[in-house]
Design a binder for this molecule. Structure first.
Ligand code: E4P
Length: 246
């Protein structure tokens, strides 16, 4: 399981990359909206500069911000041209309000522009994205669970039409089944996003996610443990005592 950081904040990205274990950066328009207003490409360029500063091998996923297929292609091409970053992936939503964007995924993929197909909730959506050529299929771990809250009519419609069953609201099951179903697309990797705590990281990884993308807070939390503190404190104290013994 590889770890990516999920943020558009430059300080957080630098801290995460400085850990030396983070192999990629994922962003989305809502994460950008948390940052002070600026030019999208200029801010992305700063992220690219940070990636270069830390080796320049990290994957960077940048999302389009349109629901119009033609505009999406133009935006993706602009990211590729202006950022000129060799590990750029264009993030494309799988669908929106009845419109599928698999043709956009296909178009980018055929042009050799790797796609991170995002906002995936079911194994079948993810498999179709992989079939369209997506390099990454991003399953939204906690939003999959959230699918059981509210949306009574919409959920009943999907259940009634045989689009989903109740197991499609269990993110570990969704990740596991996706891993099996995309076996024929060996170039596609599962990213588990929408991660809210350290245990989500563990369970998503165990379920078969190739990559888990997490906010900076979770990266820091994952490293702390009171028994680690106790052990290290004891070592430091014992050694300091020994050094000061005549
Ligand atoms: C992944 O690429 C997404 O940025 C992400 O994790 C979105 O999840 P959230 O909006 O539920 O946090």
């Amino acid at each position: 399981m590889k770890l990516y950081v999920d943020t558009a904040n430059l300080v957080d990205i630098e801290q995460a990359l400085d850990l030396g274990i983070v192999e990629g950066i994922t962003t989305n328009p809502s994460l950008f909206a948390k940052e002070p207003k600026s030019d999208y490409i200029a801010h992305l360029q700063k992220i690219v500069d940070l990636a270069h500063k830390y080796g320049g091998t990290q994957s960077l996923s940048v999302e389009v911000f349109s629901a119009d297929p033609k505009e999406m292609i133009v935006q993706g091409e602009q990211f590729v041209k202006e950022l000129n970053y060799p590990h750029l992936r264009v993030k494309v939503q799988v669908s929106y309000k009845g419109t599928s964007y698999l043709n956009v995924v296909r178009e980018f993929s055929q042009r050799g522009i790797p796609v991170n197909c995002t906002a995936l909730m079911t194994p079948v959506q993810a498999t179709m994205a992989a079939a369209a050529g997506a390099k990454y299929v991003s399953l939204f771990y906690n939003r999959i669970k959230d699918g059981l809250n509210g949306f009574e009519e919409e959920r009943a419609a999907l259940l009634g039409a045989g689009v989903v069953d109740m197991t499609d609201f269990d993110p570990n099951n969704v990740v596991r089944e996706t891993r099996d179903l995309i076996e024929n697309y060996p170039n596609a990797e599962i990213i588990a996003g929408s991660i809210r705590n350290v245990l989500d990281v563990k369970y998503a990884g165990l379920a078969g996610a190739h990559i888990v993308t997490v906010g900076p807070k979770i990266l820091n939390q994952a490293m702390g443990h009171y028994k680690t503190d106790e052990a290290v404190g004891q070592f430091l104290t014992d050694f300091a005592k020994w050094l000061s013994t005549e």
